[in-house]
Write a protein that binds this ligand. Structure first.
Ligand SMILES: [Zn+2]
Length: 244
Protein backbone atom coordinates (compact mmCIF):
# COMPACT_ATOMS: atom_id res chain seq x y z
CA UNK A 1 0.00 0.00 0.00
CA UNK A 2 1.45 3.42 -0.91
CA UNK A 3 2.48 5.72 1.90
CA UNK A 4 0.11 8.67 2.16
CA UNK A 5 1.97 11.25 4.18
CA UNK A 6 -1.00 13.23 5.47
CA UNK A 7 -3.53 10.59 6.44
CA UNK A 8 -1.10 7.83 7.38
CA UNK A 9 0.89 10.08 9.65
CA UNK A 10 -2.28 11.26 11.32
CA UNK A 11 -3.43 7.68 11.83
CA UNK A 12 -0.09 6.81 13.36
CA UNK A 13 -0.23 9.79 15.70
CA UNK A 14 -3.76 8.90 16.73
CA UNK A 15 -2.62 5.40 17.53
CA UNK A 16 0.04 6.88 19.74
CA UNK A 17 -2.29 9.45 21.28
CA UNK A 18 -5.96 8.73 20.62
CA UNK A 19 -7.80 11.93 19.86
CA UNK A 20 -11.33 10.67 20.44
CA UNK A 21 -13.64 12.08 23.07
CA UNK A 22 -12.71 10.72 26.49
CA UNK A 23 -16.37 9.95 27.19
CA UNK A 24 -17.97 8.66 23.97
CA UNK A 25 -14.89 8.17 21.75
CA UNK A 26 -16.35 10.41 19.03
CA UNK A 27 -13.61 11.63 16.74
CA UNK A 28 -12.63 15.24 16.39
CA UNK A 29 -12.74 16.26 20.02
CA UNK A 30 -10.91 15.21 23.14
CA UNK A 31 -13.98 15.99 25.21
CA UNK A 32 -17.22 16.67 23.37
CA UNK A 33 -20.04 19.07 24.35
CA UNK A 34 -22.56 16.22 24.72
CA UNK A 35 -20.38 14.41 27.28
CA UNK A 36 -19.64 17.69 29.03
CA UNK A 37 -23.39 18.28 29.38
CA UNK A 38 -23.83 14.83 30.96
CA UNK A 39 -20.93 15.45 33.33
CA UNK A 40 -22.43 18.74 34.52
CA UNK A 41 -26.10 17.74 34.50
CA UNK A 42 -26.22 16.66 38.15
CA UNK A 43 -25.53 19.35 40.75
CA UNK A 44 -23.50 18.08 43.71
CA UNK A 45 -25.67 16.31 46.24
CA UNK A 46 -25.28 14.56 49.59
CA UNK A 47 -24.54 10.94 48.89
CA UNK A 48 -24.15 7.92 51.10
CA UNK A 49 -23.86 4.23 50.30
CA UNK A 50 -26.05 1.53 51.78
CA UNK A 51 -24.70 0.23 54.06
CA UNK A 52 -22.72 3.26 55.17
CA UNK A 53 -19.37 2.33 56.71
CA UNK A 54 -18.74 3.55 60.25
CA UNK A 55 -16.97 6.88 60.27
CA UNK A 56 -17.77 7.82 56.68
CA UNK A 57 -17.68 11.61 56.51
CA UNK A 58 -20.63 13.60 55.11
CA UNK A 59 -20.01 13.37 51.37
CA UNK A 60 -21.07 15.42 48.36
CA UNK A 61 -20.89 13.91 44.88
CA UNK A 62 -21.53 14.96 41.30
CA UNK A 63 -23.07 12.68 38.68
CA UNK A 64 -23.61 8.93 38.80
CA UNK A 65 -20.55 6.87 37.93
CA UNK A 66 -21.92 5.38 34.73
CA UNK A 67 -21.94 5.85 30.97
CA UNK A 68 -19.70 8.58 29.61
CA UNK A 69 -18.83 9.80 33.11
CA UNK A 70 -17.42 6.40 34.01
CA UNK A 71 -15.64 6.17 30.66
CA UNK A 72 -14.02 9.55 31.21
CA UNK A 73 -12.85 8.73 34.75
CA UNK A 74 -11.41 5.39 33.61
CA UNK A 75 -9.62 6.97 30.64
CA UNK A 76 -8.28 9.75 32.85
CA UNK A 77 -7.01 7.38 35.53
CA UNK A 78 -6.06 4.21 33.70
CA UNK A 79 -5.12 5.47 30.23
CA UNK A 80 -3.32 8.60 31.37
CA UNK A 81 -5.75 10.92 29.61
CA UNK A 82 -4.46 13.84 31.64
CA UNK A 83 -6.33 16.20 29.29
CA UNK A 84 -9.53 15.08 31.08
CA UNK A 85 -8.28 16.49 34.38
CA UNK A 86 -9.78 19.87 33.55
CA UNK A 87 -13.40 18.84 32.80
CA UNK A 88 -13.43 16.46 35.78
CA UNK A 89 -11.96 19.15 38.01
CA UNK A 90 -14.85 21.53 37.36
CA UNK A 91 -17.20 18.96 38.89
CA UNK A 92 -14.93 18.52 41.89
CA UNK A 93 -14.83 22.29 42.40
CA UNK A 94 -18.64 22.34 42.60
CA UNK A 95 -18.72 19.34 44.95
CA UNK A 96 -16.19 20.94 47.31
CA UNK A 97 -18.22 24.17 47.32
CA UNK A 98 -21.34 22.22 48.24
CA UNK A 99 -19.49 20.34 50.97
CA UNK A 100 -18.15 23.59 52.48
CA UNK A 101 -21.58 25.22 52.39
CA UNK A 102 -23.19 22.12 53.88
CA UNK A 103 -21.01 21.95 56.96
CA UNK A 104 -21.48 24.61 59.67
CA UNK A 105 -17.98 24.02 61.07
CA UNK A 106 -16.38 24.50 57.67
CA UNK A 107 -18.46 27.59 56.94
CA UNK A 108 -17.49 29.06 60.29
CA UNK A 109 -13.80 28.38 59.70
CA UNK A 110 -13.90 30.07 56.31
CA UNK A 111 -15.83 33.02 57.72
CA UNK A 112 -13.18 33.40 60.42
CA UNK A 113 -10.39 33.29 57.85
CA UNK A 114 -9.05 29.95 59.09
CA UNK A 115 -7.57 27.56 56.54
CA UNK A 116 -9.64 24.59 55.42
CA UNK A 117 -7.18 22.07 53.97
CA UNK A 118 -8.30 19.98 50.99
CA UNK A 119 -6.75 16.53 51.36
CA UNK A 120 -6.59 14.12 48.39
CA UNK A 121 -7.35 10.46 49.03
CA UNK A 122 -4.20 8.49 48.22
CA UNK A 123 -4.54 5.96 45.42
CA UNK A 124 -4.80 2.32 46.41
CA UNK A 125 -4.35 1.29 42.79
CA UNK A 126 -0.97 -0.31 42.32
CA UNK A 127 -1.05 0.47 38.57
CA UNK A 128 -1.36 4.18 39.21
CA UNK A 129 1.27 4.20 41.93
CA UNK A 130 3.65 2.19 39.73
CA UNK A 131 3.44 4.89 37.05
CA UNK A 132 4.29 7.52 39.59
CA UNK A 133 1.04 9.37 39.08
CA UNK A 134 -1.06 10.83 41.83
CA UNK A 135 -4.15 11.58 39.73
CA UNK A 136 -6.43 12.66 42.56
CA UNK A 137 -3.81 15.12 43.80
CA UNK A 138 -3.48 16.52 40.27
CA UNK A 139 -7.26 16.75 40.06
CA UNK A 140 -7.53 18.56 43.40
CA UNK A 141 -4.83 21.04 42.47
CA UNK A 142 -6.54 21.80 39.17
CA UNK A 143 -9.93 22.12 40.86
CA UNK A 144 -8.91 24.28 43.80
CA UNK A 145 -5.45 25.68 43.20
CA UNK A 146 -2.29 24.30 44.73
CA UNK A 147 -2.42 26.55 47.80
CA UNK A 148 -5.27 24.80 49.60
CA UNK A 149 -4.37 21.21 48.67
CA UNK A 150 -2.46 19.48 51.45
CA UNK A 151 -1.11 16.09 50.44
CA UNK A 152 -1.34 14.85 54.00
CA UNK A 153 -2.32 11.20 53.66
CA UNK A 154 -0.23 8.27 52.60
CA UNK A 155 -0.49 4.51 52.72
CA UNK A 156 1.26 3.28 55.82
CA UNK A 157 1.19 -0.34 54.72
CA UNK A 158 0.59 -2.25 51.45
CA UNK A 159 -3.04 -2.67 50.37
CA UNK A 160 -4.73 -4.60 47.59
CA UNK A 161 -6.27 -2.88 44.61
CA UNK A 162 -9.82 -2.05 45.72
CA UNK A 163 -11.31 -2.99 42.35
CA UNK A 164 -13.15 -6.29 42.51
CA UNK A 165 -13.39 -6.37 46.30
CA UNK A 166 -16.71 -6.50 48.13
CA UNK A 167 -17.71 -3.71 50.50
CA UNK A 168 -16.59 -5.73 53.53
CA UNK A 169 -13.32 -6.68 51.86
CA UNK A 170 -12.64 -3.07 50.92
CA UNK A 171 -13.21 -1.95 54.48
CA UNK A 172 -10.87 -4.67 55.84
CA UNK A 173 -8.29 -3.93 53.12
CA UNK A 174 -8.06 -0.28 54.09
CA UNK A 175 -8.72 -0.39 57.84
CA UNK A 176 -5.90 1.47 59.56
CA UNK A 177 -3.90 1.64 56.32
CA UNK A 178 -3.66 5.40 55.99
CA UNK A 179 -1.57 7.72 58.03
CA UNK A 180 -0.93 11.46 58.14
CA UNK A 181 2.56 12.51 57.11
CA UNK A 182 4.38 13.30 60.34
CA UNK A 183 5.55 16.82 59.41
CA UNK A 184 1.96 17.85 58.65
CA UNK A 185 0.30 16.61 61.83
CA UNK A 186 0.80 19.79 63.81
CA UNK A 187 -0.37 21.97 60.96
CA UNK A 188 -3.65 20.10 60.60
CA UNK A 189 -4.54 20.12 64.28
CA UNK A 190 -8.13 21.26 64.88
CA UNK A 191 -8.55 22.39 61.28
CA UNK A 192 -11.71 21.27 59.48
CA UNK A 193 -10.69 19.32 56.38
CA UNK A 194 -12.22 18.29 53.06
CA UNK A 195 -11.17 14.90 51.71
CA UNK A 196 -11.44 14.66 47.92
CA UNK A 197 -11.49 11.63 45.67
CA UNK A 198 -12.56 10.83 42.14
CA UNK A 199 -15.24 8.21 42.82
CA UNK A 200 -17.06 6.99 45.92
CA UNK A 201 -18.21 3.38 45.83
CA UNK A 202 -18.56 1.77 49.25
CA UNK A 203 -17.32 4.76 51.22
CA UNK A 204 -14.52 2.73 52.83
CA UNK A 205 -11.74 4.92 51.39
CA UNK A 206 -13.37 8.14 52.58
CA UNK A 207 -14.04 6.61 56.01
CA UNK A 208 -10.40 5.58 56.33
CA UNK A 209 -9.20 9.04 55.23
CA UNK A 210 -11.43 10.66 57.84
CA UNK A 211 -10.26 8.23 60.54
CA UNK A 212 -6.60 8.97 59.83
CA UNK A 213 -7.13 12.74 59.84
CA UNK A 214 -9.21 12.65 63.02
CA UNK A 215 -6.70 10.42 64.76
CA UNK A 216 -4.01 12.96 63.88
CA UNK A 217 -6.09 15.66 65.58
CA UNK A 218 -7.84 17.37 62.68
CA UNK A 219 -11.18 19.12 63.07
CA UNK A 220 -14.38 17.81 61.45
CA UNK A 221 -13.99 16.11 58.07
CA UNK A 222 -16.33 16.26 55.08
CA UNK A 223 -15.73 14.78 51.64
CA UNK A 224 -16.30 15.73 48.01
CA UNK A 225 -15.99 13.49 44.97
CA UNK A 226 -16.53 13.78 41.24
CA UNK A 227 -18.92 10.85 40.85
CA UNK A 228 -20.78 8.28 42.94
CA UNK A 229 -21.60 4.72 42.01
CA UNK A 230 -25.07 4.46 40.57
CA UNK A 231 -26.58 2.40 43.38
CA UNK A 232 -29.33 4.55 44.76
CA UNK A 233 -29.45 4.95 48.50
CA UNK A 234 -32.58 3.44 49.94
CA UNK A 235 -31.99 3.62 53.66
CA UNK A 236 -32.65 6.58 55.93
CA UNK A 237 -30.07 9.33 56.09
CA UNK A 238 -27.50 8.22 58.63
CA UNK A 239 -26.93 10.43 61.64
CA UNK A 240 -24.25 12.95 60.74
CA UNK A 241 -22.16 15.17 62.92
CA UNK A 242 -21.19 18.40 61.33
CA UNK A 243 -23.66 18.80 58.47
CA UNK A 244 -27.02 20.47 58.03
ZN1 LIG B 1 -18.18 12.62 23.99
Amino acid sequence: MPWRPGTDLRALLELAAPSGCGGCEARGSRWCPACDAVLRATPPRRWWPTPTPPGMPPTWAGPAYQGVVRAAVVAWKESDRVDLTHPLSTVLTAAVSAALLGSPEHRAALAAGRPVPVVPAPSARSSTRARGRAPVRELARTALGPGVVVDALLLGRPVHDQAGLSAAERARNLAGALTVRAPLRTGLRDLPCVVVDDVVTTGSTLAECARALSQAGSGPVVAAVVAATARHPTGPLPPVVGAD
